[in-house]
Design a protein around this ligand. Structure first.
Ligand code: HEC
Length: 106
């Protein structure tokens, strides 16, 4: 392969990987987090910020950085269960879900 072809192949791989992990994050979010974070009844009861309402997240982004938010979700805090309550979810699944939340709420 020529250099240009190698570059194109690497580029395609990276792009493929990035969009795959973004999809994995959204899927994990739908599975574990959306019951509280998509503005439904459970969201209303728990007071969880809705991912479709960027406004609701601004006070969270103002008071915590990404790492601190990750810690809340991973280890739990007050009403937030560790990993959003999904004991059998892997760290990478939850991290992908957090990435998704951050990407749509910032
Ligand atoms: C049982 C309901 C529930 C589930 C399920 C849930 N959350 Fe939350 N989440 C909350 C509530 C309530 C808050 C607000 C906590 C607070 O008042 O600080 C919150 C806050 C957050 C925050 C902001 C943290 C902070 O304090 O700055 C992030 C990020 C977040 N959730 C991500 C997730 C992700 C990712 C998942 C799925 C893995 C998830 N949540 C699942 C209820 C839930």
């Amino acid at each position: 392969m020529r250099v240009v072809e190698v570059r194109a192949a690497v580029f395609a791989l990276v792009v493929g990987f990035l969009s795959l992990s973004a999809m994995a994050g959204e899927a994990a979010f739908e599975k574990v987090c959306s019951s509280c974070h998509s503005g439904g009844f459970k969201g209303m009861v728990t007071g969880a910020p809705n991912v479709n309402e960027r406004e609701e997240w601004q006070s969270f982004h103002a008071s915590k950085n990404e790492e601190e938010m990750r810690q809340v979700v991973m280890q739990g805090l007050n009403d937030h269960k560790p990993k959003g309550g999904c004991k059998k979810c892997s760290d990478s699944e939850i991290n992908a879900a957090i990435d998704y939340v951050l990407s749509v709420t910032k």
